[in-house]
Design a protein around this ligand. Structure first.
Ligand code: ZN
Ligand code: ZN
Length: 124
């Protein structure tokens, strides 16, 4: 599961902040991780040495933010055991025997309730 999420994770970080996104394979909805600011955002390195230090620090913090984003995404996404796609909680159904994505449920004539209600109902 972690590997599947890691593969789908897209880096949308900027120079000053880290952010990652994952797209649902079913509805196309894009989820974004919580934004984590780079600790040296807005700071201009005072020397060539510092520039290298900041660069390495950026890579290190980016990796940490990426791992945090994977953990967050795993709470919002599910891997369908039938088709293997990564789908969001609104497209994943809790079924009687095996939880699966909405598309597979229709195809296999299985019934269940989504982990999260559709957006239209959630805003009521
Ligand atoms: Zn979805
Ligand atoms: Zn499926």
């Amino acid at each position: 599961m972690r590997e599947i999420v890691a593969r789908q994770l897209k880096d949308v970080s900027t120079r000053d902040a880290f952010c990652f996104s994952v797209r649902c394979a079913e509805c196309g909805g894009v989820w974004m991780s919580r934004i984590a600011a780079f600790s040296k955002a807005g700071t201009t390195p005072a020397s060539e040495g510092k520039r290298i230090v900041f660069g390495a620090l950026y890579q290190k913090e980016r990796e940490r933010a990426r791992n945090a984003a994977i953990r967050q995404a795993m709470e919002s996404f599910n891997c369908c055991p039938i088709c293997g796609r990564l789908v969001c909680n609104r497209c994943f159904l809790i079924c009687e025997d095996l939880d699966m994505c909405v598309r597979c449920a229709v195809r296999l004539n299985e019934h269940g309730a989504p982990v999260l209600p559709p957006l239209a109902e959630a805003v009521k």
